[in-house]
Design a protein around this ligand. Structure first.
Ligand code: FES
Length: 111
């Protein structure tokens, strides 16, 4: 019998100590592509799919809080998810996260 997803669910994805300051981790709670990053001690969880043409952002370069997509160099501020350097409404989806017993969990909403 298939388990139905509730309206929202916390999904454990990664041990916190595995998350490195300089390397993002690609995870897929309930199939949602999420990029976990740690910058200056702060954790961020964003969509791992570029809104331009869908490339995986996990291979992108970081400069401060700016993440550059490896495919066509669109840039995003990981603090807000907003596209950097230009005025528009393009925003990467952000996910809430929490740490339970040393494991990072991502909040997934059934939508
Ligand atoms: S797919 Fe990311 S900039 Fe084109």
């Amino acid at each position: 019998m298939e388990r139905l997803m509730t309206a929202e669910e916390w999904v454990p994805v990664l041990d916190e100590k595995v998350l490195d300051e300089n390397l993002g981790e690609c995870v897929a709670p309930k199939g949602y592509p999420v990029l976990l990053m740690k910058r200056y001690g702060q954790i961020f969880a964003l969509s791992n799919q570029c809104p331009h043409m869908g490339c995986t952002l996990g291979g992108g370069m970081m400069d401060g809080y700016i993440l550059t997509c490896p495919c066509h160099d669109w840039q995003f501020d990981i603090r807000t998810g907003r596209m950097a350097g230009v005025e528009n409404d393009i925003v990467l989806r952000s996910y809430e996260w929490r740490i339970d017993s040393g494991k990072i969990s991502i909040k997934i909403k059934g939508d």
